[in-house]
Design a protein around this ligand. Structure first.
Ligand code: NAD
Ligand code: ZN
Ligand code: ZN
Length: 340
């Protein structure tokens, strides 16, 4: 079958001789039709994704159709359109036993630790399929990046009427903004990129935007009448921004680190203490988060046609990929289409 293999940093190879996946117990074979491209794929291609082994078939934002499947109690059948939960957890570790499968000790993610979906067919545990009736294939492929935001919002305990600051207006931050708005929170978006802030206003309908380079603390204080947001999400992947987040949260507030850096984050304890802050990590997502995003899309809270800004056919992906790495392309999300 056809597939694209990232042979080493900077090198994709288009192949027509990849082995077909075997159908094992409890699994389904999914014909892949859409592959969302995200920062992880870009970093893997550029060679700066930590702990990454080559060769690897990338792709973890996946939608397609079930072609074959084992007996199951999930109500799924051949021909169903599905989205894939790409995080394969062990089911036995301390995190899995407490239902936190998203931070499994032995997590294996499609396209990262094990081969992903840049190929015609993939075997997936049936438990990791979401039936996406009523969604387009593009919408179905976007459940994964948006579920990252849904998980962060759920973890924060954000409620209607509260004010949330979302730092970082990439695909992850945008999802947080739209889902926070959908539950009735007031949302302030912050980034260094004015173009992206514009997108936050028009796409996520945020209440205010702040440029992180022009006195953000004063501006956020002004917007919140000196109280500051009770929840601060950082989705920048920038250590300086994460450090700065501590002084942008209200007294009694929560900080959620959705972005991650290969670095140490330090904070001033008296500032942390006097606010009695709660600091949380947020990793991946669970089925509940995928279901939440699916409902939010069906209810019209997120316009996926304006979230997906770029696209290509599978056969052209290798030549388009370099352009998606360049800021001039203004890419927010690219989606690759694999036809029959
Ligand atoms: N929690 C998870 O499981 C999970 C999953 C996927 C991605 N991520 C992480 O989430 C983060 C965001 O992902 P993305 O794909 O949206 O990335 P992105 O790079 O597209 O977006 C990041 C945004 O942050 C902005 N930014 C950078 N430095 C800033 C600063 N100092 N102040 C304000 N804004 C700043 C950038 O301009 C950009 O718009 C990354 O760190 C990524 O690794 C986490
Ligand atoms: Zn992704
Ligand atoms: Zn586990």
């Amino acid at each position: 079958m056809r597939g694209i293999v990232c042979e080493e940093a900077g090198k994709f190879v288009y192949r027509e001789d990849l082995p077909e996946p075997a159908l094992n117990k409890g699994e389904a074979i999914v014909r892949i039709q859409r592959i969302g491209i995200c920062g992880t794929d870009l970093h893997a291609y550029q060679g700066n994704q930590p702990y990454f082994n080559y060769p690897r078939v990338l792709g973890h934002e996946l939608a397609g159709t079930i072609e074959a499947l084992d007996e199951n109690s999930y109500g799924l059948s051949v021909g169903d359109q599905v989205s894939i939960i790409p995080y394969i957890h062990c089911g036995e570790c301390i995190a899995c036993r407490s239902g936190k499968t998203n931070c499994c000790v032995s997590m294996k993610v499609f396209g990262v630790h094990i081969d992903g979906g840049m190929r015609e067919r993939i075997a997936v545990p049936i438990s990791h399929l979401i039936k996406t009736e009523g969604l387009t294939l593009d919408q179905a492929a976007m459940l994964e990046p948006l579920a990252i935001g849904a998980h962060a919002v759920r973890r924060s305990g954000l409620k209607a009427g509260e004010t949330a600051l979302v730092i970082g207006a990439g695909p992850i931050g945008l999802g947080i903004m739209a889902l926070a708005k959908a539950l009735g929170a007031k949302v302030i978006a912050m980034d260094v990129n004015e173009e992206r802030l514009k997108h936050c206003r028009s796409w996520a309908k945020v209440n205010d935007t702040v440029n992180a380079q022009s006195k953000p603390k004063e501006r956020i204080s002004f917007i919140t009448k000196g109280e500051f947001p009770s929840v601060v999400f950082d989705a920048t992947g920038n250590a300086r921004s994460m450090t700065g987040a501590f002084e942008l949260a209200s007294h009694g507030g929560r900080i959620v680190f959705v972005g991650l850096v290969k670095d140490e984050i330090t904070f001033d304890d008296p500032e942390f203490h006097k606010r009695e802050l709660t600091l949380m990590g947020s990793r991946n997502a669970t089925k509940e988060d995928f279901d939440h995003v699916l409902r939010a899309i069906l209810e019209g809270h997120m316009d996926i046609s304006r979230y997906v800004t770029h696209g290509s056919a599978f056969g052209n992906m290798i030549s388009e990929f370099d352009a998606w790495l360049k800021p001039e392309s203004k890419v927010i999300k690219a989606v690759v289409t694999l036809e029959d």
